[in-house]
Design a protein around this ligand. Sequence first.
Ligand SMILES: [Zn+2]
Length: 502
Amino acid sequence: MNDNNRKQQGKNTAQGKAGAPSATPRSARPRAKGAPQPAPHYRSARTATTGAKSAAAAGAKTAASGKKATGATKAASRQRAAATPSTRVGVAPAARRPSTTKVKRASSPRTPLIAAGVVVVLVAAAVLGIGYRFFWRNIDVTVNGTAYSTRINSTADELLQANDYFGVKPGKLMSVGGKVLDEKGGDRCTVQVNGEPVAIADLATFTVPEDADISVKDGGDATEKHEEKTVDIAPTIEMEGSGAIQFVSQWGKNGKKTVWVGERSGETVDKEVVEEPTNMVVTSLNPKPQGDKKYIALTFDDGPSSYSPDILSILKKNGVKATFFNLGTQASATSATVVEDGHEMASHTNSHQNLPKCDRDTLRSEITKAFDSIEEASGVRPQMIRAPYGAFTSAEWARAGDLISCNVLWNIDTLDWQLPGAQAIVDEVLSGAYNGAIALMHDGGGDRSQDIAALDDIIKGLKADGYELVTVAELMELDGRFPEDVINGTVKMPEDAVLPEV
Ligand SMILES: [Zn+2]
């Protein structure tokens, strides 16, 4: 290389002297005269070469710190190869300068050119070294106790795929409801790196660390994709107590829960109760009027009828009040008289159907139609009902509890409809009477002559026993436990309340 430089230098010098008067054929002399001039080139070339060697050595040294020396050696070779032409390039331009150029001036630009070459070589070496160190070499890892080699910066996914998942089996894909949708559709594997689990979703981006201790096991079952929704939990209904008067003591309110709807299966399953529902509660109480006096309520169903005026007349004569459960289909001018006489007007529904056997719409219309008819006939819109046959179960409360204030049963059944004779009816009431009792009689639905015959004796007998005859609402008011709106017939289901689903 040095010889080449000298030859090149000589040639260039001879060319440079061609047009000069002081040109000499002896090429050695100018080089001798200008000894200071080529020397820097020579030294620079040497320096460049040494630099290249150093760079190569540095690259090799850097590479040697890696596991494989082969790559480093090759890198160093490449660097040496690269160093040679750069030295030539550094010399040539200066040598081609015209002969008039003074030697000292010509030497000046060559130094940075060579230095630039050195920098290029150093940078190349550094890049190669860094590239190898950080991008190209292989690293050792242990998978399930066996040593493996993988390119540095491999992802867990790449390592798994390159080794066919190390023979582990995938889990199943399950529906949100727990059915198997795909025997092999679950997690492909279960991976731990240095004791820490790596989520399936992270495998594609998880870089395998050098010397990692990796555990790869069978994949777990996965659940299908699903949508999470928040839905209402309908309240249920609770019946509490036993007594002749039933009313809503607590309105139902929806709760909230989250459900999963399977994208593939279409299944919907409950996940979490966010808010418990408030159940509807129907309380049944027997009125227990407070105080020293005794109270009793006479009630008349299935009217009004042609027998009703006589009954009203007897009540008026005795100055007592009763409660009439009129049928909507029977409502008439007599209904108005009932109200005018100060009795309590209530509903026995519209057409005396067995309500538990009615569908929801019929049930509700049996109640509302009767209220409408009675209101039209009497001017009073009741809220109190007595269900035909007393049949009003939790299901009827759940379907129509918002329409009524209370359902009134009875404590004394005169069995007057069996026509047992007037005296039997009288005896039944007087023998069964107690403070707060509700007695069942009829002013319609059949022959009520025995009721008419019995009524005066019933009233006189009760009075003789110290009873005051009052309406059902008055009995409730005297009790003290019934809500005001139930007593007054002004019940309104709250806006945020809902009926239970049955
Ligand atoms: Zn009836």
